[in-house]
Design a protein around this ligand. Sequence first.
Ligand code: HEC
Ligand code: HEC
Ligand code: HEC
Ligand code: HEC
Ligand code: HEC
Length: 217
Amino acid sequence: MPQIFPKKANALPLLSIGGALVGGVLLIFLVWYYFSPEFTVVGYQPEQPVPYSHQLHAGQLGMDCRYCHNWVENSKHANVPPTQTCMNCHNQIKTQSPKLVEVRESWAKDQPIEWVKVHHLPDYAHFSHAAHVKSGVGCETCHGRIDKMGEEGVYQAEPLSMGWCLECHRQPELYLRPNEEVTTMGYVQPADFVDRNLERIRAEGIQPPTNCSACHY
Ligand code: HEC
Ligand code: HEC
Ligand code: HEC
Ligand code: HEC
Ligand code: HEC
């Protein structure tokens, strides 16, 4: 789906400030800036301050996503864990590892680690984790196989575009899973999953919105 205006629509008023010439230059700048990969492209993978691996922690060690992202079920935002969460283990495990220097420093100085945000919607689009996780949308459906993402960090697996959101909102029965499978990676849908989902959608009155004001307000 083509984008009508750049991701951060909030920046648009800027365009009317300057004259035609300035506006033209600004437009080129904004298009270049907002359409550059870190804002739109699947595969965006910023460098992180610590070579933290989901593959190791969530994959091999089998830690549940909610051990670290513990707000995800009850809040709009999924939090990235504080250093304390890492230190629960790393005050005993790999205490001398050079890969954990930043973690130990953050702990000693009582300053948060500056993780770089991977996913972000423009300010004019509203999204809540709690609403989705409670209705049986899996992390995997929107974030991909996080358990296979290693020390290079997390990358954006899905477009997070309006068309992508609506594809599911129009036919949620193709995507839902039981709530106890929400954090499962590599979930295998049972053969009758569409019927089960239709049943659940009816029973719980699940109705993802498609009206503009649900997401833009
Ligand atoms: C041991 C703690 C820990 C566990 C367990 C964990 N994560 Fe993370 N997660 C992190 C940290 C730290 C970051 C920030 C660094 C990064 O983005 O690589 C992060 C980042 C993310 C991001 C990117 C956030 C952004 O910036 O947009 C997603 C998505 C994510 N995790 C999903 C998951 C899922 C899904 C699971 C379960 C399969 C999981 N995490 C398990 C610690 C954890
Ligand atoms: C439940 C315990 C636990 C928690 C919580 C935990 N880790 Fe780990 N971490 C481990 C284990 C176990 C290893 C693997 C040790 C080994 O290879 O023998 C490890 C390894 C690592 C390594 C690689 C170290 C090396 O030298 O190879 C890094 C980096 C790391 N963890 C970062 C983090 C960060 C950042 C957090 C917090 C977001 C975190 N860990 C939270 C248990 C944990
Ligand atoms: C319906 C799609 C969807 C599902 C399901 C989903 N996420 Fe997200 N996630 C997103 C979007 C969209 C963003 C960017 C939000 C923003 O910028 O406001 C995001 C951002 C994040 C972030 C960065 C912090 C934040 O809130 O911006 C983390 C961490 C994260 N998700 C973890 C998870 C975990 C863990 C699960 C499963 C328990 C999960 N997500 C389920 C779509 C989803
Ligand atoms: C894979 C399916 C799926 C995807 C992808 C998805 N949603 Fe949803 N969404 C749902 C379901 C299911 C509900 C819950 C409806 C209910 O409980 O009635 C929902 C509810 C909502 C709601 C209403 C609840 C609330 O938070 O007020 C909003 C707004 C919303 N989604 C926005 C988004 C946005 C924005 C995106 C894309 C970034 C998105 N959704 C992607 C399935 C999805
Ligand atoms: C389910 C949530 C949802 C609904 C419903 C929705 N939008 Fe969006 N919309 C989004 C998201 C998310 C973006 C950001 C897309 C991106 O970052 O690429 C967006 C972006 C836009 C944009 C910017 C151009 C673009 O395509 O990126 C316009 C214009 C827009 N929406 C208009 C509308 C109108 C008009 C409606 C009603 C017919 C509507 N939206 C309904 C989620 C939604």
